[in-house]
Ligand binder design. Sequence first.
Ligand code: 5GP
Length: 350
Amino acid sequence: MSNIINDIKLDYKDVLIRPRRSTLRSRAEVDLFVEMKFRTSQRIYKGIPIMASNMDSTGTFKMAKALSKHGLFTAINKYYSLEEWKTFAASSPECLNNVAVCAGIGPGNFERLSDIINAIPELSTIAITIANGHIQPFVEFVRNVRSAYPNHTIMAGSVATPEMVEELILSGADIVKVGIGGGSVCTTRLKTGVGYPQLSAVLECAHAAHGVGGHIIADGGCTCVGDLAKAFGAGADFVMIGGMLAGHDQCGGKVVERDGKRYSQFYGLSSSAAMEKHYGEVAEYRAAEGRAVEIPHKGDVEATILDILGGLRSTCTYVGANRLQELHRQTTFIRCTQQLNPIFGPPPSK
Ligand code: 5GP
C-alpha cells in the first residue's frame, strides 16, 4: 500500500480565478448576501458569510458589533463570562443572529455553554472549536451538544479531510470548520509536520459536506481578499479570517506604542502567550502550536470590511456572478507559478 498521495494539493497562492464573459455592468449590482438552510437545525441563515475567527483578539463583542452592521458573522471567543454575554445580549440584540457562542471540549465547557444558551434564548448558533477535530472525544462532544440542543445551529472543527467532515455532519454538526495548519499565527506544520494545503482541503471538504446536505467554513490561510474569493470559488459556504482582521480598534489584546507608532499584539489560540494568559502555563505534555506577533495598529475595522466586500464584488463581476452564492459555479481555477508581480517587493498587508 502506498502511503503517499501523489496528486498535487494546492494552496490559494497556487491558483488564479479565470475571468469570464460577464453581463454585469457594475460591481454595485453584485449581491453578497447569501441564504442557506442548515441540515439539522433546519434554520435559515441570511448574511454575508464572512466570519471573524474565535481567536482572543478577533472574536470580540466589539468586532461583532462592527461586522454585524454589514451582515458579517463573528465567532465569539470562549473567554467571555456569562455576565459579559448577558450585557452584550441586552445592549446589542440585533447582533445575536450574527454571532456564535464558542466552546472547546475540556472540563466545564459544556456547562458554560449551556449557561449562556439558556440565559440568551435568541442566540441560535454554537461553535465547537478545537485545534484538532479528528479525535473521537470531539465527535462525541458534538453528538452530546446536538442531543442537548436539537434546534441550534452547530459549527464544529477544525478538520481537513472529507471523511471527518461527513462524520461530523452525520453526528449533528450543520457546518464544519475546515483548515489545519494554514493560519497566520499557527505553527502546527512546523511543530508537527501535519497539515493540508487549504485550497484542496476546501475543494474536497465542500464536496463531501454538500453531498450529505452540510456546509463548511474555510478557516485560516487567507492573506488577502483574493484568497477569500478563491475559498468561495472552491465551494466554501463561509470563510473565517483571523490575521486579516487583527490589529484593529475592535480587537482584544494589548496595543503598545514605540517611537510614536502603535502596534497590536496578535497571538495564536495555542501559542504560549494564549496558554499562559488563560491557564497560567503551557502544560508539560504539549508544545505551543501558535506564535505571537506585533503588527502596526490599523485603526477602525470598517475600512478593512469595505475593502473585503469591494474586492469580492469585483471578483464576482470578473466571472459573471450576480450573487456571491453563484461564485462557486462560475469559478474555474488556473494553476499558476506566480500570482503577484514582485518588482516593488511584497504587497502591503493592507
Ligand atoms: P488566519 O486567518 O489568521 O490565517 O487563520 C485563522 C485561524 O487559524 C483560526 O480561525 C484558527 O483556526 C487558526 N489558529 C489560530 N491560532 C492558532 C494556533 O495557535 N495554532 C493553530 N494550529 N491554529 C491556530
